[in-house]
Ligand binder design. Structure first.
Ligand code: ZN
Length: 123
């Protein structure tokens, strides 16, 4: 999975999602508000001691604090390993690596459920 890269990335502003088509054909749509919520920069993580914390897929469906912009005004590739998003309030220090984004893919992560699916599988 370490060399997994996007084939195509689109910021779909009308739908407020970041669309990533990965090289292996998986299609993922990340809510922009959730991406801002999980902004991986030091400032948003609350300090260096939190930088290694794992992000839960559910956090992608939570909103950032009030007053924090969820409007993307720019996006830049960082090398071949990440994308940098620029938000309308000027915040641009979040570097979203492929290794961060891929495991959070909403289309790859079943939504939290009551466990009934597992019961069906397990009989
Ligand atoms: Zn940030």
């Amino acid at each position: 999975m370490t060399d997994l890269r996007p084939r195509n990335i689109t910021v779909d502003r009308p739908r407020q999602v970041l669309v990533i088509d990965w090289l292996d054909g998986v299609h993922c749509e990340y809510p922009l508000s959730g991406l801002r919520n999980i902004c991986p920069c030091v400032q948003c993580r609350g300090g260096h001691e939190y930088m290694g914390r794992m992000v839960e897929p559910a956090e992608l469906f939570e909103s950032p604090p009030p007053g924090v912009s969820t409007e993307v005004v720019g996006a830049h590739f960082v090398g071949d390993y990440a994308i940098q998003l620029v938000w309308a309030d000027g915040h641009d220090s979040g570097i979203y690596g492929w290794s961060l984004l891929r495991p959070l893919c909403p289309q790859d992560n079943p939504q939290p459920s009551d466990g009934s699916f597992r019961h069906q599988v397990m009989k």
